[in-house]
Ligand binder design. Structure first.
Ligand code: BGC
Length: 762
């Protein structure tokens, strides 16, 4: 009875969405007004959703599960008739790839004015590293190891996205990635589970701010669930097969962290796991996500992932694929339009219980209530906010600072960097010297080249380089089919004549990473290595600085010997040139550290620091040990590695005790000194090895880090606290717990260069 009354009241409220009743709406929010104090007039979103569901036909409920891409690119601001009809008929619950207050309003009005129940649409988009103000690609931001700034960057992304009418971002991407062939490594935080989990949670906090009811927040979507980063051979969309132990120890924790941080939604991945496509994987969706972790939001598929089950070969037709997906716990169908086409009949035939549809629709409607869309479907559509909150100087400054902090200095000899104050002629050479287009990298949302700063512009405008003469020459393209572009190389080398320093801007073009952009060769593409070699040969005494713009760890073994300094700048975003110029000039002393290992060659891949020891650990003197004939096992640059313009020296780790009980904690302290001559920041890292376990344990695992700032000559004692829960893993019995025994604690500036101490856990 109560529910009937509630439903009736609800229906009346919905009718108020008509113009006649419009004056009863709460007043629209003004520009910059935060909705964080927003309280829905519908009270409890769960109860409101239940009431609404009672008013809905089966088709309307299924309509809520349908997510379609907008035709923004095809038709501009006008709507295709079929698209409009689908929305009017309540056959669409959410739209993606539509943003901008005017266009979103047009779509929203279609739903709210013309559909029977006037249920507002939800607007989603891939806001991965900025919306209009583009930040460095996520892997680059991870290299800052600056969790606060990462959160702040995604907060800015949310403010811009929400101010342009969006409710939802398809981010963060929290896939652990250990294979640089995979083009999507650029979207995640790298190879480490601990760091990846912290960054996952920070991004969720950034996107969702003080809650999704805030007009300046968007819903986060943890993706791609799960284990997508382990695609065999680094080939996108490829098969994934791993033990449940590796899945739980390595790949799932960042998703769990996103859940705990309150991520409103999850996205299934394209891959199969143990033979079952993720989109129909009950173990992942029902057992782990909902039952074990208590996730309360909704799960959307990746793009046409339900349809792709036909290709995976686990469904004979679309209807069966749709049935498998919804029964496994998928709520929303992105772009397959299979739920909308087949679920009505599947329910009528009794193949899918109506309760499964209701449950999925309920989860989606609850989020719409929480977003405040039923209170005011246009609440994120303020032209004032759109104008005021996008590409602001403050956002650009944050992006510039992040660009500088994401750079990783891999080599610096002969004091090539920072650039000397007295230089008169600087040769800026290479295919990415003046490439504003590439600087924002893949998945750059609504970012536009016209706003981004090339390295050339950044250097030319930098106050520290005032009066310097620039010798500019692109020379060659990023990629050019064999044979080597000899005329281009000659031109480039000639152009550097007489320079005091040569800066080479090299790397990959932005389309060489991100989705569907795996590479089977991770060297610098085209003739770039030849260019570097030719430059070194002609100018043996001129400092050569290579700045790399790329989306993945590269094989740099044939570049390293020919340059004096090597700066990994990744794709730095809108403020690329300015941020990188800050580093090159020394205005900012680089502090980034790699979060993915750089291999010596592709044959070492997958390569990651937290590997197992094996029964025959590498011993160069013993033939029958686990190693290669032609290359050592270690990477060219290890996880956690990155140089500074100053030097940090480390003391040995000191432990507060040599033994601790299961309920105790132990303090690990290490003294770090700035032994150089410049102010600098350092990421102090803590690793642990469990020496004997009921199952084999990694040779080391990151368990803590601190980013500190030290003046020349200054020292700081950095302390970490370890508890038994920090040492837990999935044991032989698949229980998540720490086992008693001896542990090695390691501290240092990167995963390879550490000093150790030991303690026992009782
Ligand atoms: C990608 C997702 C993305 C979706 C929507 C897919 O192809 O795998 O990461 O969110 O498209 O654009």
């Amino acid at each position: 009875m109560f529910f009937r009354l509630f439903a009736l009241a609800f229906a009346l409220l919905l009718c108020q969405a008509t113009p006649a009743a419009a004056q009863k709406r709460p007043r629209p929010l003004k520009a910059n007004e935060s909705g964080s104090t927003f309280r829905s007039r519908f009270g409890n979103p769960e109860r409101a959703a239940d009431s609404l569901l009672r008013l809905m036909t089966l088709e309307e409920r299924i309509g809520q599960l349908n997510l379609l891409t907008s035709d923004l690119d095809v038709t501009g601001a006008s709507l295709r008739p079929q698209y409009r009809r689908d929305i009017e008929q309540g056959r669409v619950g959410a739209v993606f790839n539509a943003y901008g207050v005017d266009f979103v309003r047009k779509l929203q009005e279609t739903a709210v004015k013309n559909s029977r129940l006037k249920i507002p649409l939800l607007f989603g988009y891939d806001v991965i590293h900025g919306h209009k103000t583009i930040f460095p690609m996520p892997l680059a931001m991870a290299c800052s190891w600056d969790i606060g700034r990462i959160e702040a960057a995604q907060r800015i992304a949310a403010v811009e996205a929400a101010s342009m009418g969006l409710d939802w971002t398809f981010a963060p991407m929290v896939d652990i990635a250990r294979d640089p062939r995979w083009g999507r490594v650029m979207e995640g935080a790298g190879e480490d589970t601990y760091l990846g989990s912290l960054i996952a949670a920070a991004q969720v906090r950034g996107f969702q701010g003080r809650g999704i009811g805030d007009v300046l927040s968007v819903m986060a979507c943890a993706k791609h669930y799960a284990a997508y980063g382990a695609a065999q051979a680094g080939r996108d969309y490829n098969t994934v097969d791993m033990s449940e132990r590796v899945l739980r120890d390595v790949y799932l924790p960042p998703f769990k962290a996103a859940t705990d941080a309150g991520a409103a939604t999850f996205m299934t991945s394209f891959n199969e796991l143990d033979g079952i496509p993720a989109t129909a994987n009950r173990f992942l969706l029902d057992q782990v996500l909902r039952k074990e972790w208590g996730f309360k939001g909704f799960v959307v598929t990746d793009y046409t992932a339900i349809m792709e089950m036909l290709f995976h070969g686990t469904a004979k037709d679309s209807a069966e694929a749709g049935m498998q997906a919804i029964l496994a716990g998928t709520d929303m169908d992105m772009q397959s339009a299979i739920f909308i086409k087949f679920l009505p009949d599947l329910v009528r035939q009794g193949k899918v219980p109506e309760a499964a549809v209701n449950q999925a629709a309920r989860r989606i409607l609850i989020k719409k209530f929480e977003l405040g869309l039923f209170d005011d479907p246009y609440r994120r559509l303020s032209p004032e906010r759109e104008k005021a909150n996008v590409l602001t100087p403050a956002h650009r400054l944050a992006s510039r600072e992040m660009a500088a902090r994401s750079c990783v200095l891999l080599k610096n000899e002969r004091e090539a960097l920072p650039l000397k104050a007295g230089i008169k002629r600087l040769a800026l050479i290479g295919p990415l010297a003046n490439a504003a287009h590439d600087m924002i990298g893949g998945w750059s949302a609504a970012g536009e080249d016209k706003h981004s700063i090339s390295l050339m512009a950044g250097l030319q405008n930098h106050p520290a380089l005032k009066g310097v003469t620039f010798q500019l020459e692109k020379g060659i393209d990023v990629e050019k089919p064999e044979p080597a572009d000899l005329p281009g190389i000659r031109k480039a080398v000639d152009a550097a004549q007489g320079a005091d320093v040569i800066v080479l801007a090299l790397g990959e073009s932005k389309d060489m990473s991100a989705e569907a952009s795996s590479r089977s060769n991770i060297k610098l593409p085209g003739s770039q290595e030849d260019l570097v070699a030719a430059m070194r040969a002609r100018y043996p005494n001129t400092p050569i600085v290579a700045v790399l713009f790329n989306g993945r760890p590269l094989d740099l073994s044939d570049v390293l010997g020919n340059v004096d300094a090597l700066l990994e700048a990744w794709y730095p975003g809108t403020e690329a040139g300015n941020g990188v110029a800050d580093v090159l000039t020394g205005a900012y002393n680089p502090s980034g550290k790699l979060t993915m290992s750089f291999p010596r060659n592709l044959g070492q891949v997958p390569i990651f620091y937290n590997q197992k020891n094996t029964g025959r650990p590498e011993n160069p003197k013993e033939k029958y040990t686990s190693k290669y004939l032609d290359v050592p096992n270690d990477p060219l640059f290890p996880f956690g590695f990155g140089l500074s313009y100053t030097k940090f020296s480390y003391g040995a780790p000191q432990l507060s005790a040599t033994s601790m009980g299961m309920g105790d904690s132990l303090r690990v302290s290490v003294t770090v000194t700035n032994a150089g001559t410049r102010l600098g920041e350092e990421v102090v890292q803590l690793y642990v090895r469990d020496l004997v376990g009921s199952v084999t344990r990694p040779v080391k695992e990151l368990k803590g880090f601190r980013k500190i700032r030290l003046a020349p000559g200054a020292s700081e004692m950095v302390s970490f606290t370890l508890r038994a829960k920090d040492l837990a893993f999935y044991t032989a019995e698949m229980q998540f717990r720490a086992e008693p025994g001896t542990f090695r604690v390691m501290t240092g500036p990167n995963s390879a260069d550490v000093q150790a101490a030991e303690f026992t856990l009782r």
